[in-house]
Design a protein. Structure first.
Lengths: 48, 228
């Protein structure tokens, strides 16, 4: 590990940023899912 | 949300994360060939070239959906075509800018007069024109038709400018005319680098697909809201 001159610290930071972006995307994905559900409910309500 | 549903809908998104986590970690430690000038920056192949793989995949998707649209004029295909171009442009700009950083440190300038670079720039302009063309047509059906036809030409032009013309002339950029044998690029990529390059490329493509899916769903919601 020492021979890499602490590059692994940078690698850990990058990995965390990437994971963070994916978690963020996941929440956006779920939010859109909720919107889709809401709009479907409204549409079926309007039809009645 | 139950676990089966989660796995069913999210497996390829999770796969993308795993592949990219692998690429940004092992990509720094995998053995690379010793080469002058480029040195450790060769590892950029995993990330910079990944952007172009992402862009090209999105353009293929857009092309196919424009053809599908022209077959039956079903608007849902037009929606995929435009959103795929939007994601392709994101990849394209990231590809250009990451390339400029890399070029600055290997060729001494962020932009050199080179057929591959100029081709990539023209390729971006072609698709920016697609977006502008769309915004300039008011009628929805007309817009979809005109832009689908343009998109087919755009795809052919992009391939000519980015993939074919640079191969026919000499270029500094690897995987072009005069150096088909460089150890640096995908086709001649060294075996240890392939163990990172291909998973990375698939990871970037899947990430693009995820963003595309989000954009399409947003666009559908917007349309449904307009209809009420």
């Amino acid at each position: 590990m020492e021979s890499y001159g602490k590059i692994f610290v940078v690698v850990a930071v990058l990995a965390l940023i990437l994971a963070g972006i994916f978690v963020y995307l996941f929440f956006i994905d779920r939010k859109i899912g909720k919107l889709e559900k809401e709009i479907s409910e409204k549409e079926s309500h309007n039809r009645k | 949300m139950n676990i089966n549903f989660m796995i069913k809908t999210y497996w390829w998104k999770i796969l993308s994360l795993i592949l990219l986590l692998y690429a940004v970690t092992y990509g720094f430690f995998v053995d690379i060939p010793q080469m002058p000038i480029i040195h450790q920056s060769m590892r950029n192949i995993f990330y910079h070239v990944g952007m172009w793989f992402g862009m090209f995949t999105m353009l293929i998707v857009s092309f196919i959906y424009s053809l599908k649209y022209l077959k039956g004029f079903d608007e849902k295909y037009d929606r995929v075509a435009i959103e795929a171009v939007n994601v392709a442009l994101m990849f394209g700009f990231l590809g250009i800018f990451t390339g400029m950083i890399w070029a600055n440190f290997t060729w001494g300038s962020p932009w050199v007069k080179d057929p591959k670079l100029n081709g990539a720039a023209v390729g971006l302009v072609i698709y920016l024109a697609y977006v502008i063309l769309r915004s300039s047509v008011e009628d929805r059906h007309k817009r979809a038709k005109v832009s689908a036809v343009y998109n087919i030409f755009a795809f052919v032009l992009w391939i000519i400018f980015v993939l074919i013309l640079p191969k026919l002339s000499s270029s500094l950029h690897p995987a072009t005319g005069n150096d088909s044998s460089t150890p640096v690029m995908p086709m001649g990529l060294n075996p240890s680098m392939r163990t990172v390059f291909y998973p990375a490329a698939i990871g970037w493509i899947l990430l693009g697909a995820w963003i595309l899916q989000i954009r399409i769903r947003m666009s559908k919601i917007r349309q449904r809201l307009e209809e009420h």
